[in-house]
Design a binder for this molecule. Structure first.
Ligand code: HPA
Length: 271
């Protein structure tokens, strides 16, 4: 478990290279190219930053890229620390507290996800309105770090309504068909069984994935507003007639890259 000083030390390391930031953006599988939209980029490898675990998934770069977009100072996390890689949830979400300490006013999370809602197909972009994570530990388990937030934090408004309204407006303006829905966390690394997907659908999930919620919970605890998007890369198990593969997830990222880049660009400028 990490202490407030651990987080401060890591944030201070990044701040020396970037200064304070306005917005943090975490990129999911296959979306690494979006980092190229930043002016005067500064790259920081994960392994340089004290206490950060390594990213081990193909398609995840493993670096922060800091730069300016419009007038916003943006720190992009290209690569994730998934639970299925052996990280604790606290490690998974470690960077979120660094974003808070660096002064971020909003956190944008992106991921690749399987579609459960029958109106979705590969290439759909879904804005997350809420999530389901019933099992496994919490990133906040253990001694509470009061400097970040309270022991029992509210989870009623994790995906910030004002940011969602703004993003929906930008999507409309850009002609992007943005869907909305509930994201269910499953720990992976196996994809789900058809029975699990049927159950999640009955429980109200529209999409399923192996990331994002640890970060969202940690941001909510710290009072950091969150906006999150799932790029639907495949129909979830049992809805799709074919077996699922990581290659399919990577291939689908190409389908959404143009829309996601345009949407993120517009949204960041409005934050
Ligand atoms: N299930 C879980 N995670 C995923 C999926 C899926 O179908 N697709 C992309 N990430």
């Amino acid at each position: 478990m990490f202490s407030y000083d651990d987080y401060k030390r890591s944030a201070d390391y990044i701040r020396k290279k970037t200064g304070d930031i306005d917005v943090a953006l975490v990129l999911g599988s296959g979306l690494g190219k979006i980092a190229e939209m930043l002016d005067s980029p500064v790259r920081i490898r994960f392994e340089e930053v004290p206490n950060l675990p390594r990213s081990t998934v193909p398609g995840h770069a493993g670096e922060f890229v800091f730069g300016v977009l419009g007038e916003k100072r943006v720190l992009i996390q290209s690569g994730r620390f998934h639970y299925y890689e052996g990280n604790t949830f606290e490690q998974s979400a470690y960077a979120v507290r660094l974003f808070k300490l660096l002064g971020a006013r909003a956190l944008i999370l992106t991921n690749a996800a399987g579609g459960i809602n029958r109106s979705f197909s590969a290439g759909t972009v879904m804005m997350i309105t809420d999530h389901i994570k019933f099992f496994d530990e919490s990133p906040l388990r253990g001694p509470n770090i009061d400097e970040f937030g309270p022991r029992f934090n509210d989870m009623s408004f994790v995906y910030t309504k004002s940011l969602r309204d703004m993003a929906a407006g930008e999507a409309l303006r850009l002609g992007i068909a943005l869907k909305e829905g509930v994201y269910a966390f499953m720990p992976g690394p196996s994809f789900e069984t058809p029975a699990e997907i049927r159950a999640l659908g009955i429980l109200g999930a529209d999409a399923v994935g192996m990331s994002t919620v640890a970060e969202a919970i940690t941001a909510a605890h710290a009072g950091l507003p969150v906006l999150a998007f799932s790029c639907i890369s495949n129909l979830a198990a049992g809805i799709s007639p074919k077996p699922l593969s990581h290659q399919e997830v990577m291939d689908a990222a190409v389908l959404v890259e143009k829309d996601m880049t345009a949407l993120l660009d517009a949204v960041i400028k409005e934050i």
